[in-house]
Ligand binder design. Structure first.
Ligand SMILES: C[S@@+](CC[C@H](N)C(=O)[O-])C[C@H]1O[C@@H](n2cnc3c(N)ncnc32)[C@H](O)[C@@H]1O
Length: 211
């Protein structure tokens, strides 16, 4: 039987979900956070579980093909959701009201920005749509553990895997967490892939006092 293959069954349930987002699910971070925005959704690999399980999903990407793909996925897995939950737009100008989301996912997006001002514009806009007690989940390239090869953070740089990325470091993420008035719900964690790239997980909750 097809579903007796563990990887196939897991993929049916979760798609190709980011493993650190999966970790957040397992730890209950989405138990009471039903309105989920995937900002820079790509092909929607992180939405499969949420679509299948009755979450009020939203997604945005500036690539029309990505949104076409995600609308198709949503039509299959959550046909009750209206098409306009999935929008072609720049994350810097989200088409949703303040405090309208319980969670915002930013997976492999923020390292494409040009500079720190651009980074700030996207982060502040994602923060705007988060409700009090909302979760911001970020996965992004950093220089953590690769300082010798990559150099200073807060700029675009060629990382050892050959790609160009805007890289952050812990000080910058802590500074932005404070600036937003959020609190880190987890330690800042980084995966170092054979010294070729470092991907950092940044999870911030918006306190009621959060700006
Ligand atoms: C590497 S893909 C990641 C897709 C998905 N989040 C994932 O984890 O598989 C980056 C995506 O972010 C989108 N993107 C990057 N900057 C954006 C922006 N400023 N506004 C909207 N989408 C953006 C790109 O179009 C692309 O689909």
């Amino acid at each position: 039987m097809a579903d007796s293959v563990p990887s196939r069954e897991l993929r049916r349930q979760f798609g190709d979900i980011d493993i650190y987002l999966f970790d957040q699910l397992l730890r209950g971070r989405f138990d009471k956070r039903w309105r989920v925005l995937d900002a820079g959704c790509g092909d929607g690999r992180n939405l499969t579980y949420f679509l299948r399980h009755g979450f009020e999903c939203f997604a945005v990407d500036d690539d029309p093909d990505a949104i076409r793909h995600v609308r198709k996925l949503a039509a299959e897995l959550a046909p009750v959701l209206p098409h306009d939950h999935f929008r072609v737009a720049d994350i810097a100008h989200l088409p949703w009201a303040d405090a309208s989301m319980d969670a915002v996912i930013s997976s492999a997006v923020l390292h494409f920005v040009d500079d720190e001002a651009h980074f700030g514009a996207l982060v502040v806009e994602m923060w705007r749509v988060l409700a009090p007690d909302g979760l911001f989940f970020g996965r992004l390239a950093s220089n953590i553990g690769l300082e010798d090869q990559v150099g200073a953070a807060r700029r675009r740089v060629r990382i050892p895997d050959g790609s160009d990325r805007f890289v952050v470091d812990e000080a910058m993420l802590r500074e932005w967490t404070d600036r937003l008035g959020g609190h880190l719900i987890d330690p800042i964690k980084t995966t170092n892939v054979e010294g070729k790239r470092a991907m950092t997980t940044w999870c911030v909750v918006k306190t009621s006092a959060g700006k």
